[in-house]
Write a protein that binds this ligand. Structure first.
Ligand SMILES: Nc1nc2c(ncn2[C@@H]2O[C@H](COP(=O)(O)OP(=O)(O)OP(=O)(O)O)[C@@H](O)[C@H]2O)c(=O)[nH]1
Ligand SMILES: [Mg+2]
Length: 376
């Protein structure tokens, strides 16, 4: 399981300090000092006394802080979507006491422009109108709550497990596919970094032999992270590169093999056939491979992502998704729509160009970050 990404910190038992034997005379001044310290602490404006933390407590507080920092970063990176969606909903509701048909029409428009998709918007609006008819919505705030719950429900609707499952033996092979420029190679670099951090050996495979620069780009990532990259000259048959790489991984007992592929339009039949061939070669060379066919979708492309998921899914049985560039778009609503339309889990979201800008997708955290107050 990819649970190693979320390795829990083991907090050791707090060790009780061993009391030193001391005489009553030695203890007396210490007790007085303590009383004075306590009194000083209570003075207005006094700094709290320094707390001596054990290493485990220190680590735990760092971890706790990290979680907060990470959440804030996610929140900040989703700010474009939040301001085009949740903040507009807030503005719409501001000062309104009742829900009238005009307010519902305006809400509908906001949902469509935030790229939640026509079907999702319709379902949300139907449910809101239904609740209104049954007098279950007292005021706009209640409507916002329903909206949040419904959206969380859509994101949770996929029952496919979000964590990757490792094979018992042999390398775990991930084949990364997608349209040109969506962020495949960058996501591969970030993913490899995550695996390396969790102690796995990683091999990158330059299956994009279409552009010379593509091999170089992957090699730069390989160097940055300190992992090997298997490549051939540009123009080589990508299936041959993959074949060699799997042989190499088997010999070296590599834990994780990540295969880059050339970007291709999901509507180009011959290019999709080439992808099927690469996959077949993997299957032949290593039973069970590829264990993950990851489709990378650029969130800024909005609803086109839906047809990409459909056509790549039909061609190569996509098993997981990564949505990139959520930091640069107001169209983050695509996440909701993808979850509602497909039973394919979103594994990761890309929220920037740096190595650490790939996050495990957590539905609850995503909804919270999307609906978070701007200043909290
Ligand atoms: N802001 C932002 N930029 C990203 C993210 N992921 C990738 N990018 C940028 O998107 C651009 C394209 O990324 P690549 O990784 O080269 O995309 P690709 O899918 O491999 O492209 P092709 O191989 O040409 O099909 C680069 O400038 C990346 O830095 C992300 O999550 N956020
Ligand atoms: Mg690439």
């Amino acid at each position: 399981m990819l649970g190693w990404f979320k390795k829990k910190l083991k907090i050791g038992k707090k060790e009780e300090p061993v009391a030193e034997e001391s005489s009553k005379e030695e203890q007396a001044p210490i007790a007085v000092e303590k009383i004075i310290e306590k009194a000083v602490e209570k003075l207005p404006g006094a700094k709290p006394a320094e707390v001596q933390e054990t290493p485990a407590q220190k680590a735990a507080s760092i971890l706790h802080e990290d979680v907060g920092v990470l959440f804030n970063r996610l929140k900040e990176r989703l700010s474009k979507t939040r301001s085009s969606f949740v903040s507009r909903v807030d503005e719409l509701f501001l000062g309104k006491k009742i829900i009238d048909p005009e307010l519902l029409d305006d809400l509908e428009e906001i949902l469509i422009t935030a790229d939640l998709g026509v079907g999702t918007t319709q379902e949300l609006m139907d449910s809101a109108r239904e609740k209104l008819k049954r007098n279950e919505l007292g005021d706009p705030l209640a409507l916002k709550k329903v909206l949040k719950e419904k959206i969380a429900g859509f994101i949770h609707s996929s029952d496919a497990p979000a964590e990757l499952v490792m094979p018992k033996e042999g390398p775990f092979v991930i084949m990364v596919v997608g349209v040109n420029g969506v962020g495949k190679t960058t996501t591969i670099g970030k993913m490899a970094h995550k695996f390396v951090k969790s102690g796995q050996s990683v091999l990158l495979v330059a299956g994009d032999t279409f552009r010379a620069a593509a091999v170089e780009q992957l090699q730069i990532w390989g160097k940055r992270i300190g992992v090997d990259v298997i490549s051939q000259q540009s123009g080589a048959d990508p299936s041959a590169v993959v074949f060699d790489a799997l042989e190499h991984a088997r010999k070296k007992k590599t834990d994780v093999v990540i295969v880059d592929t050339a970007g291709r339009l999901h509507t180009k039949v011959n290019l999709m056939e080439e992808l099927k061939k690469i996959k077949r070669v993997m299957e032949k060379k290593l039973a069970g491979a590829p264990h993950e066919v990851m489709l990378v979708i650029d969130a800024t492309t909005g609803q086109n992502g839906i047809s990409q998921a459909r056509l790549f899914g039909e061609a190569v049985d996509v098993t997981g998704l990564t949505l990139t560039k959520l930091d640069g778009t107001a169209k983050g609503g695509i996440v909701v729509n993808i979850c509602r339309e497909f039973n394919i889990p979103i594994r990761f979201i890309g929220i920037g160009e740096q190595m650490n800008d790939l996050r495990d997708f957590d539905a609850d955290e995503f909804v919270e970050a999307l609906f978070a107050e701007n200043d909290s």
